[in-house]
Design a protein around this ligand. Structure first.
Ligand SMILES: O=C(O)CCC(=O)C(=O)O
Ligand SMILES: [Fe+2]
Length: 449
């Protein structure tokens, strides 16, 4: 079922323009495959702002101005697979409204949340509400329909989620277009090389199967011990979000991890960060200048280190990584409970996964005529659709997920065995202390296990 348009509530009307101070009623203009969004007024690039750990927050308008700002931003993406952008004040209210309304949604009772509809197929995409069996994490996947409505429509009790979620989706889709155009240009390619694979920036006009393929994934991770839930058998869930990683260091570390290490099957993912409830971490890439072990065992706790709640993390997804032959590496990331404390609030996050339309055809050689394949910037692909490529990424993701589950199960069994052995040793020790004449004393190694 595709729910109809939701109600307009507390959010502002019209989609925000990601470039200018003026809001356009429809936000973004569209025509053909080109991104027809007006350039921001030329301004001298401001120096990037240092964050914790020497990280830089690039001013959005500098990145979009096509000057040194774009070069620095793209160089960082090429080195680490992710970079931070500081949102201009004109977008702050939108981010705040979307975050607050999302938190309101997750405060609803289980039945009300489920009333929006479970995670289900719409055309070639999925949308809806679901809860992760292991962590208790909740996910509401929202898409823009051809009609312009949000799918699924938020329940009446949080009708005020509708307007900011739609506006944010459109704003971030438009922004993804601009960033991907800059990333292509920095490689010496035509700006539309990546953007022509996406839905058009105004979304609904280009959705033959009913929905825009890019998705706003509204997430909520529980504050404390997750409830025990029945395991999900939905294969789609495994496809979509349990494309989990490996590298699970220990059981304690595993318990801390709310969303396993993975890469996104997106072109780029845009994540609004909030240092008040941090959790998103990125693997330090070998190409990054930072020593691999420098940040938290090779993890960069990026969300914990941003100065305020209006920083946007841009990270590279599988599609751009594959298409550029790894020039822009896919960012491996995860979500952890941080700080590791039972009183920490639930974390609400709003990653936007800018995804290609599944039916778009990849004929990359046409973009670099006369260039030898070995020198080409793009992977040579012809007559491959984005949905075929996605299947490849999902197969890898699923394999990694299976390996991670096996590793986790092994850790659980090892832990349980160690616990049983320790209990047994204690019992033996207690008996011997109670009856010291029976048998020899235990050695230190026997006691320590
Ligand atoms: O919750 C987050 O910030 C990120 C979640 C994530 O990695 C994803 O949805 O792919
Ligand atoms: Fe992700």
């Amino acid at each position: 079922m595709v729910p109809g348009p939701g109600h307009h509530g507390g959010g502002r009307g019209g989609a925000a323009d990601v470039r200018g101070d003026v809001e356009e009623p429809q936000g973004l203009r569209q025509g053909g495959d080109q991104v027809h969004v007006s350039a921001p007024p030329p301004a001298p690039p401001a120096p990037a702002r240092p964050c914790a750990r020497g990280r830089r927050c690039h001013a959005l308008d500098d990145v979009l101005s096509g000057s040194d700002g774009a070069r620095g931003f793209c160089a960082e993406l090429a080195a680490r697979g992710y970079a931070l952008v500081e949102l201009p004040p004109r977008l702050h209210a939108l981010v705040d409204d979307a975050r607050a309304a999302s938190a309101d949604f997750f405060r609803l009772g289980a039945l009300e949340k489920q009333s929006v509809g479970g995670f289900a197929r719409i055309g070639a995409a999925y949308a809806g509400y679901r809860q992760d069996a292991r962590t208790g994490g909740e996910f509401l996947e929202l898409r823009i329909a051809r009609t312009g409505a949000l799918v699924p429509a938020p329940p009446a009790a949080v009708a005020h989620l509708d307007a900011p979620a739609r506006e944010l989706s459109r704003t971030l889709l438009a922004l993804a277009h601009r960033l991907l155009a800059a990333m292509a240009e920095q490689l010496g390619l035509r700006p539309e090389v990546f953007t022509e694979l996406l839905d058009a920036p105004d979304g609904e006009a280009d959705a033959p199967d009913g929905v825009v393929h890019s998705v706003l994934r509204v997430c909520c991770y529980p504050a404390a011990t997750p409830p025990s839930l029945p395991p999900s058998s939905d294969a789609a869930i495994a496809d979509e979000s349990a494309r989990a990683g490996t590298f699970l260091a220990s059981s304690a570390e595993t318990a801390r991890v709310l969303f396993d290490e993975h890469t996104d099957s997106s072109m780029v993912t845009l994540s609004l960060l909030d240092p008040a409830s941090p959790g998103l971490q990125l693997r330090v890439h070998a190409r990054d200048g930072t020593p691999l072990g420098a940040c938290d065992g090779g993890w960069d706790a990026v969300e914990a280190s941003v100065p305020h709640a209006h920083c946007l993390l841009v990270h590279v997804g599988d599609f751009v990584a594959a298409l550029t032959k790894g020039h822009y590496p896919a960012a491996r990331h995860r979500v952890v409970r941080e700080p590791c404390d039972a009183h920490a609030p639930a974390r609400v996050s709003l990653p936007f996964l800018a995804r290609p339309r599944p039916e778009r055809q990849l004929d990359t050689r046409a973009h670099e005529p006369g260039v030898r394949e070995a020198d080409a910037k793009l992977l040579a692909l012809s007559q491959v659709t984005c949905s075929e490529l996605r299947r490849l990424f999902d197969a890898f993701g699923r394999r990694q997920h299976v390996l991670a589950l096996e590793q986790r199960e092994q850790q659980r069994r090892d832990g349980a065995r160690r616990q049983r052995a320790a209990a047994f040793r204690l019992e033996v020790l207690a008996r011997r202390l109670g009856a010291p004449c029976e048998g020899p004393a235990l050695s230190d190694s026997e006691l320590s296990g």
